[in-house]
Write a protein that binds this ligand. Sequence first.
Ligand SMILES: [Zn+2]
Length: 275
Amino acid sequence: MSGVLGPTEGTLRRVPEILEVESYRRLADQVVGAPVVRGWADGYLAKKLASPATWARAVRGLTVTGTDRRGKLLLLETDGPTLGVRFGMTGVLLLDTKAGVEGLFYGPHNFKEEWVRGGLEFADGRRLVVHDPRRLARVEVDPDLGALGPDALTLTRRQLDAALRTERGEGPAVKARLLDQSRVAGVGNLLADEALFRAGIDPRTPVGRLDDDRRAALYRALRSTTRTLARRGGSHLGDHMEARLRGGVCPLDGEAMARATIGGRTTYWCPRHQR
Ligand SMILES: [Zn+2]
């Protein structure tokens, strides 16, 4: 069972961000009520567990009762433990029927059976699987949610203010703080850059220097970014994306885009309108 679904150019570099994981959650809604007859995971997918057998033992006989998500962590509620799935750099959730590949790929994607790292098989024969070429996706049993900040898709202004608070001095760069999953769960590299682009904020600005007006602008930009990109169909469809390459210019004002590593991730911004 292998094949190519649609054009594949560049798709393997698509990192699943919060919007993609939210689409996986909606897909997983289709297995609510279905009893699990078998679970399996390879050594990569089970890396956060004692062993692959831990996953198989934990999930056998469970019934999925609901789905949830915190940031980029997908949660499957069951009549036993909560199951968590993190998708790493290239993980995709698929609902695979007997007929073959019928799951939702969020955008075009290569499929290879060897890249199916594990999943759940249900009494009706369906399989919910994690497909992950780069082997960075992980399953968890009763994941610790205490380490994650409030979810980015339902973030309130008050929660954003709390996330941007600094205990002493000016604090870290706003881009780095937005990527800190313990402060806000689910803002990835592209969403952070797009929101700062829309808000007109230089990503290097220390959080302590953002006054109320600028925090309000950032809040509006985060909301418009997640809504607009969900409607367009993915985290990679932001306004600033066309400028996200060497020699790229700002689509608003034609300024040459700046590029630096901030918060450990490659960051693009416009030095003219992002101040
Ligand atoms: Zn600009």
